[in-house]
Design a protein around this ligand. Structure first.
Ligand code: 5GP
Ligand code: MG
Ligand code: MG
Length: 189
């Protein structure tokens, strides 16, 4: 375990998969790519919250093209580490995506059901283009054919927390991506 600065819950981690420095560097790289790809386009960024909150905040500050930001909420993990049923999309967007280039930002691409559903909904609303950007990709878990256009890191099939990702709404403020010790997932503490 690298010694990291952060909240006391860092001690709940069994291991770290992505360090704060690696996240920072990768986001700088993603920002460059997005700046190049959207240099001459009017961009509408839609963050899928709560998970994508911290990633989106850091990513947007790397972007130089004019953009607007909105959020929508989707949930499939009502609590715990097992997805329950189909993702629920709570469409609370203020912006009208019709005729706009949309970039959907999420924390992690897992089964693919959430992003497939949200991307479909945004297309149905008449967006000009829909691209997706995720910090993490768990390819082994895909249940529907879906690939993101921009990916931070591919990670193994483990339930991760930190940097926006929660377990029962906790651990979002950890500065790294990591895996909890089994006793914390089991709710024994
Ligand atoms: P999908 O619909 O692709 O299966 O799931 C996407 C959503 O499930 C993500 O936006 C995220 O909220 C949640 N999720 C999937 N895998 C993980 C994980 O390893 N850790 C956490 N905290 N959430 C996950
Ligand atoms: Mg999510
Ligand atoms: Mg969650």
């Amino acid at each position: 375990m690298p010694s990291l600065k952060g909240p006391p819950e860092l001690k709940h981690l069994d291991h770290v998969l992505v360090t704060p420095l690696a996240i920072k560097r990768r986001i700088a790289g993603l920002g460059e790519q997005l700046n190049a790809d959207y240099a001459k386009k009017d961009l509408m960024v839609i963050a899928i919250v709560n998970g994508a909150l911290i990633f989106t905040a850091d990513l947007l500050r790397q972007m130089r093209s004019p953009l607007r930001l909105d959020c929508l909420r989707a949930s499939s993990y009502h609590d715990g580490t097992k997805a329950v049923g189909e993702p629920r999309i709570v469409d609370s967007m203020k912006l009208d995506v019709r005729g706009h280039n949309v970039l959907l930002v999420d924390d992690i691409l897992d089964t693919g059901k959430t992003l497939a559903a949200v991307a479909g909904m945004i297309k149905d609303k008449g967006a000009l283009s829909v691209k997706t950007c995720v910090l993490l990709d768990k390819k082994a878990r895909r249940a529907v054919p879906f690939e993101a256009d921009y990916v931070g890191f591919e990670i193994p099939n483990e339930f991760v927390v930190g940097y926006g990702l929660d377990f029962n709404e906790r651990y979002r403020n950890l500065p790294c991506i990591g895996v909890l010790k089994p006793k914390y997932y089991a709710g024994l503490v």
